[in-house]
Design a protein around this ligand. Sequence first.
Ligand code: NAD
Length: 337
Amino acid sequence: MATPVTLIPGDGIGPSITRATVRLLEAAGADIVWEEQLAGMAAVERYGDPIPDETLESIKRTRVALKGPLETPVGEGYRSINVALRTSFDLYANVRPACSIQPGGRYQNLDIVLIRENTEGLYVGIEHYIRVGDDPRAAAESTAIITRAGSDRIARYAFEYAVNHDRRKVTLVHKANILKFSQGLFLDVGRAVAREYAGRVEFEERIVDAMAMNLVLHPERFDVIVTTNLFGDILSDQISGLVGGLGLAPGANIGSHAAIFEAVHGTAPDIAGKGIANPGALMLAACMMLEHLGDVERGRRVRRGIESTIREGRTVTGDLGGSATTEQFTDAIIGKL
Ligand code: NAD
């Protein structure tokens, strides 16, 4: 029976790259029925609500969504829908692999997976201004929340991921030397979980600033990385930079009851509507989704098609050094299947 999946085209380049991805999965014979739903600016324009109930209901029903990027107004306006979706469905693990695909990049043969805690830390949205005298915004305060339970489940997720994907090492990234309470708790819980996997998965700890440097100097030393929300946000973009940028960086947001697959990049307003966006990151996210749905072999086959098209470099989009349109790139990948 066909698997229902919620499809959120999103804003900017979102509709064109989701269309390309759906076309690729259909060509690969994936047995999916898509429930198309709106979110972000597209939903504000239609319903006056960036995240309509209908969209949430659909994800509740299907428990799996493929999502294009959503526009978030900076500084004012509605809060990030991506954060709202992660919180609503308790999508606690953000999984972002970075593999070198394109030849000739700065680093070859990188294969890093970053697992970011997705619901806690500074992203809980507890913020306020403090008035001093007649300045209502004289200071601002943001609170970071780290819980034992939240740290335990993300550390466990990282180790289970390592075991299930034949990975050898988990690196826990923290700043417990300065943030002794919040980061200290994350580190202590991570160490306890690591002890349960001793002998099966190697464990190491790194302070985030040193990690940022080491990722540039010796990225090949890293395998699975687990860290808190803000550090994960930053380092995952960094690792995608090591392998050629956001155009090929997929991400999965995984919870116990739902999972949302997306590209790491945003709506790319500078190229939206031109038909030249690279759909590769969303397509790689769709491969992760197939694996999540148990359609593992098809996921691998589609990934091989994407990778070999990129390696050949004949029909790739501008960000990958070619001149193909989104549709031409998609056709080339379909040709490989
Ligand atoms: P961005 O990722 O949209 O763009 C950064 C640069 O990368 C731009 O030059 C863009 O053209 C290029 N780029 C990104 N994706 C590309 C692709 N697939 N093909 C070719 N080039 C690509 O980042 P931004 O400009 O900081 O953000 C724009 C909007 O996206 C903002 O509203 C932001 O909130 C939103 N955003 C959404 C998500 C998400 O929904 N997951 C993630 C990041 C940013």
